[in-house]
Design a protein around this ligand. Structure first.
Ligand SMILES: [Zn+2]
Ligand SMILES: [Zn+2]
Length: 210
């Protein structure tokens, strides 16, 4: 193949990583409605929004829900010293959204007691990627060769489409990009998305999602 210098490559088909982080794309989410399974939107109610400032609206069943209940995967952890003998105790268990205490048994002195647990929220539940506000399965996700192609919303999906579709991928072309180079969404994409041999199949898959 003839080597071309960059000046002869047309602009079409280029993808310049502007250093957009995944968090920057997490402005709103398209998910499965917890009531009817239809396509629901989670939007911020104010700017800047913390996780509590989002509301779900389902145009299919008209369900509206403010942030508060967690539907996704969560784990309760306790790591304490036994109240009787000060032996370190730790335990993790799946959390179902109810009481935030875990029953602990000390094998050293035999004491039984419940301790306050700290909860960590997962982003993967029942083999699906979930949103960070309610933990509901994202609407835009498809299986691809034992991996998952997913996006929070259509703008995120469009960015993936542009990236995958670009024959030439540039990094650091934008001068503002220098600091955030390694935290950009694109720099952290999994290998299956970056593989050129997957390009056509992935683009077809994205077209069905759009
Ligand atoms: Zn609904
Ligand atoms: Zn003990």
């Amino acid at each position: 193949m003839k080597k071309r210098n960059s000046a002869t490559i047309p602009d079409i088909g280029r993808f310049a990583d502007k250093g957009v982080a995944l968090g920057d794309l997490a402005t709103h989410f398209i998910v499965h409605c917890p009531k009817c399974g239809g396509k629901a939107q989670i939007n911020p109610t104010k700017e800047p929004a913390s996780t509590a400032d989002f509301r779900l609206i389902c145009p299919d069943c008209l369900h509206v829900e403010t942030a508060g209940h967690w539907y996704g995967a969560a784990t309760a952890h306790v790591s304490v010293k036994c109240r009787e003998c000060y032996q370190p105790l730790s335990r993790s268990a799946p959390w179902n959204g109810g009481w935030k205490k875990l029953a602990m048994h000390c094998t050293h002195c035999g004491d039984n007691c419940e301790y306050e647990a700290s909860i960590s929220y997962g982003y993967f539940h029942e083999s699906r990627i979930t949103d960070p506000v309610f933990g509901l399965p994202l609407w835009l996700q498809k299986d691809f060769r034992s991996e998952l192609l997913w996006a929070y919303n259509y703008e995120h999906l469009e960015m993936l489409r542009e990236y995958i579709g670009a024959k030439l991928r540039e990094r650091g072309i934008d001068p503002r990009n220098t600091i955030r180079k390694n935290s950009s969404m694109v720099s952290r994409l999994p290998m299956f998305i970056k593989k050129a041999s997957h390009r056509e199949e992935l683009l077809k898959l994205i077209a069905t999602m759009q």
